[in-house]
Design a protein around this ligand. Structure first.
Ligand SMILES: *Cc1c(COP(=O)(O)O)cnc(C)c1O
Length: 425
């Protein structure tokens, strides 16, 4: 037995499924989680001292790699002063100013502790602002695990094969309307039927929780126009794309301005942080200014803020980092495509910047339906091979690969070599 297997046999006794988040389970690839004990730059090590090149990066936050000295020092310095006061601190002001400076659509921002909380709160704000109840979400988009959003969500829910969750009362989801990604007609149909009841459309501007699925030309712009026409708010869930595609996220990349934006992952640099923000008049709906209640004992925690602030500061002051990162992503994922072609396989590679997914299907993947045509057994076999050869990728088909600024060209090359040895056997 490996150390990971030993730990897992203990873990399942005390933690449901042995993991604190379902996406960490290796069940869908018929394996056992690798228990990770340390990371440095783009590498991680498991409890058996096996080294991996890390393409999860904590599901996105580690865009600078593990152990970035500036982030680490910020955490240490702040931790020495005290871990939490539940009171206002200077670093929160600095953080809010920086987020507003980086993302022009954001005039005010509220910090929370996770992406789930950010989305839940943004939706409450949109409902408070519009005085309407209904929201539109897209099949296969994941927006955290709050009750009203566990409707046709992607990610872990997708591979678990459970379309919805037990324990969610019907009343909590009756105002959640589903539409199809990249299909404006499916959105328009809802607006035409009950446009005056729709508070918001929430979308992952690049879907990354049914694998990576890019918005087609005109899709995001079309959502913007429909929302404006019907007086609904457009919410971009940039928990993955925020501070990843570029400093101002997918909204900057595609040139479409949402009313509200949610963040998570990168904004905390590995600490539990989420945030939601937007125009002043909308954000001033939030308590204690307005009547939309939202609170958090540990929100804006100084140590977490210090980590996030250090990371965002680096990203903000080095715009060339994004150019390099996105070039690295392009050449890596195009290299994957070449290998698939060389092997004579029909598999699809979707990618944008440092995000990408290999789908084991011959169909072009542009929405949930097409993503679902992937052969998850073939993915499982591939994934186990990659893990056994020191490449750490998501233990499930419907996730993205995350490249960080710390990935060295030699590591990306090595990864492609492993892929070639798998596909061109
Ligand atoms: C991860 C994710 C969330 C949820 O964030 P948590 O921090 O896990 O609660 C929400 N939306 C998107 C797009 C995500 O990828």
């Amino acid at each position: 037995m490996t150390r990971s297997e030993e730990l897992f046999s203990e873990a399942v006794k005390y933690i449901p499924g042995g993991v604190n988040s379902p996406v960490r389970a290796f069940g869908s690839i018929g394996s056992v989680p690798r228990f990770i004990k340390k990371g440095d730059m783009a590498s991680i090590w498991d409890e058996d001292d096996r080294e991996y090149i890390d393409y999860i990066g904590s599901w996105g936050p580690m865009i600078l790699g593990h152990n970035h000295p500036a982030v680490l020092n910020a955490v240490i310095e702040y931790a020495k002063q005290g871990l939490s006061y539940g009171a206002a601190t200077k670093i929160e002001v600095e953080m809010a100013k920086l987020v507003c400076a980086m993302v022009p659509s954001i005039e005010m921002v509220r910090m929370v502790n996770s992406g789930t909380e950010a989305v839940m709160s943004a939706i409450r704000t949109a409902r408070g602002y519009t005085g309407r109840d209904k929201i539109i979400k897209f099949t296969g988009c994941y927006h955290g695990h709050s009750d009203g959003l566990l409707v046709k969500a992607g990610s872990g829910v997708m591979t678990a094969g459970v379309p919805d969750s037990l324990g969610v009362p019907k009343g909590y989801t009756k105002d959640t309307l589903s539409a199809e990604y990249n299909n404006l007609e499916s959105v328009k149909a809802h607006f035409e039927r009950c446009g005056e009841e729709i508070a918001a459309v929430i979308v992952e501007p690049v879907a990354a929780n049914m694998g990576t699925v890019l918005p087609e030309e005109g899709f995001l712009q079309g959502l913007r126009e429909l929302c404006t026409e019907y007086g609904a708010l457009l919410i971009f869930d940039e928990v993955i794309t925020g501070f990843r595609l570029q400093a101002d996220g997918a909204q900057g990349y595609f040139g479409v301005t949402p009313d509200l934006t949610t963040f998570g992952k990168i904004i905390g640099a590995g600490m539990p942080v989420g945030a939601y923000g937007g125009r002043r008049e909308v954000m001033e709906m939030v308590a204690p200014v307005g009547g939309v209640y939202q609170a958090g004992t540990l929100s804006g925690n100084p140590v977490a803020m210090a980590a996030g602030f250090a990371q965002l500061s680096i990203l903000n002051s080095n715009p060339d980092y994004y150019v390099k990162l996105n070039q690295k992503g392009d050449s890596f994922f195009e290299g994957m495509k070449d290998i698939i072609k060389e092997a004579g396989l029909p598999w699809q590679v979707n990618h944008i910047g440092s995000l990408g997914s290999l789908f084991f299907t011959g169909e072009k993947v542009r929405d949930y339906e097409s993503a679902k045509t992937s052969d998850t057994k073939a993915y499982a076999d591939y994934c186990n091979y990659m893990l056994d050869h020191g490449i750490y990728i998501a233990p499930a088909q419907f996730e993205a690969m995350f490249i960080s600024m710390a990935h060295l060209p030699a590591q990306l090359e090595q990864t492609l070599d492993v892929m070639r040895s798998y596909f061109c056997r």
